[in-house]
Structure formats: structure tokens, C-alpha cells
Design a protein around this ligand. Structure first.
Ligand code: PBE
Length: 266
């Protein structure tokens, strides 16, 4: 097996996630940019990708996954991003809060809270770790907001409580968004909203905001990862700006895989 190339050992597979994720489009772009025509991007889900990563990692087998930060996988395993000299995956970006056009008129308290919501990679990591270690997301989020009262009270500054008004948040089952959506939902519940979380794919998440069937999401990776959705629905949503700064997407391998750059896959 030593005389096989790295690509042959991995069956020329890059382990992807759900097809609507922006990172899937960026990976297809990388395959074209770096002329990696023998490589295939495998569709799946965020959970299937991390399961596959764990399986390979435990056996020290080579593997390449679509990866992003913040993410708990970097705390559990020794991993590295492959360098991307052609810039297929863009630069560092931010996660934006996106609402439907009428949210401010219909639910001013929710709108203001969403506008004031911003946190750090470290905080998001705390929540993600608790969840991946077996915590039930809603419970983890409630405990986290109780333990971070000072920050949460800044988000709630100047906001009037409501009486059971209904609100629907969309999210995709990416670990980052499971964490952030449950945290903001816990704070919305705390100010009196009756919040429903709707798990959808990325396309329907953006479309749901545009057609008003969803009130908001906190999952807009911009400017690059969700650029297509942003352009497609421009004018049909409100962009409240970054709730978390300095995210990254790319191709990720365990440290023991002896390549450093996407160029090395050719
Ligand atoms: N992600 C996580 C998403 C955004 C959040 C990087 C997998 C994507 O659309 O690619």
C-alpha cells in the first residue's frame, strides 16, 4: 500500500457535506482551479463528514474533508488546512444575521436583539464542544446564556419583553449553526418569544427568509461562502451584519497526511 499514491489511497475522494453548502461550490471551484479532474467531491452531511473523519483518524488513514472554523474538530484532532495559493476558498469572512424584510415592523424586539447579537469564536466553540460531548443543544444553550449574563444583557439592552409572540428561525444542521441558532433562540425565549427552530437546507433557508416563511437566520457566511444566495435574493432580506468575525473554509486533513497544499493533490 506504500507504493500507492496518496490519491489512490484515498480513492480520489474529498469528503464533502450537504450539497447546498457554500463550501461544496468552493470545493468544485478548487477542483477546477487546481486541475484535479481525477478527484471527486462526495456529498453527505456535516455529521457524516465528521464521522468519516473520526473513522479515518482513529486508524491513521489519509483523508481530506471540507472543513471550516470555528469547529470543534480542531480541538478533538490534530488537523491542518491545506494551503490555497489560488484562493479558491477566499479570505477570512464573517457570519451575518439575516432577517425577513418585515421583521422590524412585525417584531421590533426580536429585530433589535438580532441586531445586537454578536459573539466570538471562543464562545461559539464552548457551545459546540458541549453539544458534541453529548449535551442536548437547547439545554446547552440555556445553560450557556445563564453563565454569560453580562454579554447576554448587552444583547438585550433596551429591549421590551413580549408575550408569547411566535417566531421561526431557520438553520442548517452545521455544527456552527446548531450552536448559534440555539443560543439566540434561548435569548429570544427569555424575552418572551415562542421560538420554533426549523432545520432546512441552505437554499431553502435563504429562500424562506425571502418569502417570509422564516423570520431570521444567523447563518450567512459572507462575503464568499453564501455569495450565490446573497445575490439571488438581494433586496428580499435585511442583512444585519456580522454576528461573528473571522471564519474560514477550506480543505482539511489530519496533520499526519504529508501534504501541505491543494497543489500537492495534482
Ligand atoms: N459551512 C458552515 C457552511 C456555512 C457554515 C461552512 C459548512 C457552508 O455553506 O459551507
Amino acid at each position: 500500500n506504500n507504493d500507492k499514491s496518496l490519491g489512490e489511497n484515498m480513492d480520489y475522494k474529498i469528503i464533502g457535506i450537504d450539497p447546498g453548502a457554500g463550501i461544496m461550490k468552493a470545493t468544485e471551484k478548487a477542483i477546477a482551479d487546481y486541475e484535479l479532474s481525477e478527484w471527486k467531491l462526495i456529498e453527505g452531511s456535516s455529521a457524516a463528514m465528521t464521522a468519516e473523519l473520526k473513522r479515518a483518524y482513529d486508524k491513521k488513514e489519509p483523508i481530506i474533508v471540507t472543513g471550516w472554523s470555528p469547529h470543534w474538530k480542531f480541538s478533538k484532532y490534530d488537523l491542518k488546512y491545506l494551503e490555497d495559493p489560488k484562493g479558491s476558498f477566499g479570505e477570512k469572512e464573517n457570519i451575518h444575521t439575516i432577517t425577513k424584510v418585515n421583521l422590524e415592523a412585525e417584531h421590533p424586539s426580536a429585530f433589535k436583539l438580532l441586531e445586537q447579537f454578536s459573539w466570538t469564536e471562543d464562545s461559539m466553540n464552548e457551545v459546540m464542544m458541549e453539544i458534541i460531548n453529548g449535551g442536548e443543544p437547547e439545554k446547552v444553550a440555556t445553560e450557556w446564556i445563564n453563565q454569560n449574563g453580562e454579554l447576554v444583557s448587552r444583547w438585550k439592552e433596551g429591549i421590551r419583553k413580549v408575550d408569547n409572540d411566535k417566531l421561526i428561525l431557520g438553520y442548517v444542521a452545521w455544527d456552527t449553526e446548531i450552536a448559534s441558532t440555539n443560543v439566540i433562540a434561548a435569548v429570544l425565549s427569555d424575552i418572551g418569544y415562542d421560538v420554533t427552530l426549523k432545520q432546512v437546507e441552505a437554499g431553502p433557508m435563504w429562500a424562506g427568509i425571502a418569502d417570509g416563511s422564516l423570520d431570521a437566520h444567523v447563518a450567512g457566511w459572507l462575503p464568499l461562502t453564501h455569495a450565490d444566495y446573497y445575490e439571488k435574493f438581494e433586496g428580499e432580506f435585511i442583512d444585519l451584519g456580522a454576528n461573528l468575525e473571522g471564519t474560514k473554509i477550506g480543505l482539511v486533513v489530519p496533520e499526519y497526511v504529508e501534504i501541505d497544499s491543494i497543489d500537492d493533490l495534482k
